[in-house]
Design a protein around this ligand. Sequence first.
Ligand code: PEP
Length: 253
Amino acid sequence: MRRPIIAGNWKMYKTLKEGQDLVTILKRDLYDIEAVDIVVCPPFTLLTYIADMLEASTIGLSAQDLFWEDEGAYTGEISGKMLKDAGCSYCLIGHSERRQFFGETDETVSKKVFAALKNGLTPIVCIGENLLDREKSLTFERIKSQLDKGLQGLTKLDAEKIILAYEPVWAIGTGKVATPEQAQEVHHYIRSWLTQHYGDDTASSIRIQYGGSVKPENIAGLMAQGDIDGALVGGASLKADVFSCLVRNTLKG
Ligand code: PEP
């Protein structure tokens, strides 16, 4: 049985004070949730502060990106080693906004997955088709290519340590959520790919989140699908009451 995991991606939102206020309320409102892994992904500047706040809490901490080298002359970059040192346990990799605006490719995703694992961070690897792919019925082809390249060379043992997030690009921040059936179809495809590469036991242990306009109102329907194990949440993670409600509704699916 896979344990549900809900991660809130704050993107480039929240000053330190705003982030601290949000986490204060989440800690208070979600202290009794035992059956769901809850993770927040603040911007880099907040990580050490939020890590301190989460020390005695079950809420996990994730970065939104990392660079693949541990250190060096890479101005502006942050390494997995630094993120671990800052108190992170997870790291988003290959989010569609990184792919779209910052030239992230499946090849860089692969390097980052290895860097995260090397530093003891759980990679949350984001994949998903864009609108054109979907309209041309190329969804599975796109997903296959992202998995083939992004997870290239990953051993079974390492594969067991990752989380995947299926995020159809056309559903991110647009208010257009994939129907639970549309999402399940792709999650099932992803799990079949995992089975082919790593066998049944490993494939059935890997958690696959759905992402794209997830809200308190639609999380239960998504969670009712057999291969959906949680959500990567953007907009709805920025308000404490909305995110708390979403986490609670996860258990209704
Ligand atoms: C995301 O940031 O990964 C995301 C899915 O955003 P939203 O929930 O706002 O669509």
